[in-house]
Design a protein around this ligand. Structure first.
Ligand code: GLY
Length: 353
């Protein structure tokens, strides 16, 4: 059974289809768009790419930060020209979040914008990256520094793609599902994975409909991410994004508790939820808290002082100017574990499909 989650953005509205086999809707979606040609950019084997129903060029891609560059975007656009892709045709991405990002940006720029359909194949891309229209590539100076908001025409989250994912790759996406618990989703524990994906996408779709350009409410999606990003950098990406966000979620709960915004039972709920997903709850032992604090000052949300999305009596919100001494104390009080224990001991008790 599949679920259609609408992303309501006026004449740019679209559906995110979630469920087993939904990739086979691709030809119908393309037919409705009226496109006569498609370029499919895929980081997965060609058997994973469904029939488009139109004249198609299939281009190989690689997931990963190494190809998330302007030169990849330029190369893709060159292929679009050679194939004769017009503004009324369509581009399709198939792969993880780095592929949907780079292909989305190429679609945003080609002929000043051509329709794009995402077929996210990782859990992280299904619950977050492919939905909401953020596209970006890296510069030598940093990640995601060049990008555009370019909404897809449809997103097909085929949960059959997930059955081959390595355990750590699944955990990567579960970190984003876990944080939904604290930014307005109902308790998702106990639901099947496709139901949890649909619920996470529903939450994100509602937020994007209100704040497409990330000027306020959309910051909520970064729950746990301020420390999470700092941990990814401090561990040289030995911690995967979802693992780092999970630890950041524990920290966000403790920080909200220390600031008197939530009571101890809600702080403990952060541990219960993150543990439920088999994700780590401790800081890696070798990481210096002072390095984390320095890194968190560079966070995009830190317009004045240290900024965090924190839970509170009225729900989660962005809190600026959080006193550095409180942040340092909460970091000091966090449990510690060796990095290999953090990423090795994880267990999942989510029913897979
Ligand atoms: N990944 C967060 C957002 O789409 O805003």
């Amino acid at each position: 059974m599949s679920t259609a989650v609408p992303v309501r953005l006026g004449d740019r509205s679209y559906d995110v289809l979630v469920g087993p086999g939904v990739r086979t809707s691709l030809a119908e979606v393309i037919r409705r768009l009226g496109a006569r040609r498609a370029v499919v950019v895929s980081a997965r084997p060609k058997e994973w790419v469904p029939d488009t129903g139109v004249d198609t060029l299939l281009l190989p891609a690689r997931d990963g930060e190494q190809d998330k560059t302007m030169s990849t975007v330029e190369a893709l656009c060159g292929e679009f020209v050679r194939f004769g892709l017009t503004r009324s045709d369509v581009v399709v991405s198939c792969g993880g979040g780095t592929t949907t990002d780079v292909v989305g940006l190429a679609a945003a720029l080609y002929h000043r914008g051509v329709a794009v359909i995402h077929l996210p194949t990782s859990l992280l891309a299904q619950v977050d990256a492919s939905v909401g229209g953020k596209t970006a590539v890296n510069l030598p100076a940093g990640k995601n520094l060049v990008g555009a908001f370019w909404q897809p025409s449809a997103v097909l989250c085929d949960t059959d793609y997930l059955s081959t994912l390595p355990r750590r790759e699944l955990l990567n996406g579960l970190g984003e599902i876990a944080r939904c618990h604290f930014i307005g989703a109902p308790d998702l524990r106990g639901l099947s994975l496709p139901e949890q994906i649909a619920a996470s996408v529903t939450l994100k779709a509602g937020i994007v409909a209100v704040d497409e350009r990330d000027s306020g409410m959309r910051h909520l999606l970064n729950y746990g991410h301020t420390l999470g990003h700092a941990l990814e950098i401090a561990t040289d990406f030995a911690l995967r994004h979802g693992e780092a966000v999970a630890i950041g979620t524990i920290f966000a709960g403790r920080l909200a508790g220390a600031l008197g915004r939530i009571d101890q039972s809600r702080v403990d709920e952060h541990v219960d939820v993150v543990r439920h997903y088999g994700l780590p709850i401790a800081l890696p032992a070798g990481v210096d808290p002072a390095v984390l604090v320095r890194q968190m000052h560079r966070d995009k949300k830190a317009i004045t002082g240290l900024g965090f999305v924190l839970d509170g009596p009225a729900g989660a919100e962005l809190v600026s100017d959080v006193p550095e001494d409180v942040v340092a104390r909460v970091l000091d009080e966090m449990p510690r574990a060796r990095l290999d224990e953090l990423v090795g001991a994880a267990t999942m008790d989510v029913a897979l499909i």
